[in-house]
Design a protein around this ligand. Structure first.
Ligand code: BGC
Length: 243
């Protein structure tokens, strides 16, 4: 099936048409910067702009950077506070007139990797961590997703959330060298390992293509690999929601 997959992030909104059977992009990616403040109305307009760009009339799957339950945002992550309790499915459907499927962005990136990528046929506890504006996480047990596990939102020392210490946006904001940031990220991985004892950790999001720059800092026991689809995992997994 062909589905428009959209990955909404704190910095960019990316989309492409996806073949959900093969798990492949079948169009170029198109990216719009996330509107400043990331308010519902403005993000909905950006989503509509993406739909128009692709002249899309079919189903749309969307990864969204908050907890999502039955299409409703249950947290605010790194986007505007007013998203909480917003029915994201309803908002985007009304704006575009199309059928939407919405789930957490890290969960859908994980779905793509577990079905077609680095986690294919992997049993046991597999974690997918997306490194971007925030730190997203998804947990799979024998291939089955446990939705909305928010490891980046757990407090760490003086930080309200671990992601305020170790996300890629923090590396950029504080102009940290990869070694320095990698040490921070490794602390996050150690916490993750202590909590789940995963058999595999897959790194997605924008930073996944830079893994060679910080892999020396990673000291956890479990193998840590880059997402096969790198930053496209979120788009592919989003489209898979419509299957
Ligand atoms: C949110 C998560 C999201 C992650 C990556 C965090 O701020 O709490 O739900 O998956 O950012 O976008």
């Amino acid at each position: 099936m062909e589905v428009l997959g959209i990955d909404i992030g704190g910095t960019g909104i990316k989309g492409a048409i996806v073949d959900t059977v093969k798990g492949e992009l079948i169009s170029e990616r198109f990216r719009i910067p996330t509107p400043k403040g990331a308010k519902p109305k403005d993000v909905a307009s950006a989503v509509s702009e993406l739909v128009t760009h692709f002249n899309w009339k079919g189903k749309v799957g969307c990864g969204f950077p908050t907890i999502i339950s039955q299409g409703v945002a249950k947290s605010t992550g790194n986007i505007h506070k007013s998203w909480k309790e917003t029915d994201v499915v309803q908002l985007f459907s009304q704006k575009t007139g199309l059928q939407f499927f919405v789930a957490n962005d890290a969960d859908v990136a994980g779905l793509a990797e577990m079905s077609f990528g680095a986690g294919k046929n992997k049993k046991g506890v597999v974690l997918v961590i997306t490194i971007g504006t925030g730190l997203g996480s998804s947990v799979f047990i024998n291939g089955v997703l446990v939705p909305n596990v928010e490891l980046g939102s757990v407090p760490y020392k003086k930080y309200e959330r671990f992601e305020y210490y170790a996300a890629d946006s923090v590396r950029k904001k504080e102009a940290l060298k990869y070694k320095e940031w990698g040490e921070r990220f490794n602390k996050f991985l150690k916490f993750v390992e202590q909590t789940f004892t995963p058999s595999l950790v897959i790194l997605g999001g924008g930073a996944s293509k830079k893994i060679h720059k910080f892999e020396n800092e990673i000291t956890i026991a479990a193998p840590v690999v880059a997402a096969q689809f790198e930053n496209n995992a979120g788009i592919i997994g989003a489209a898979m929601l419509a299957n």
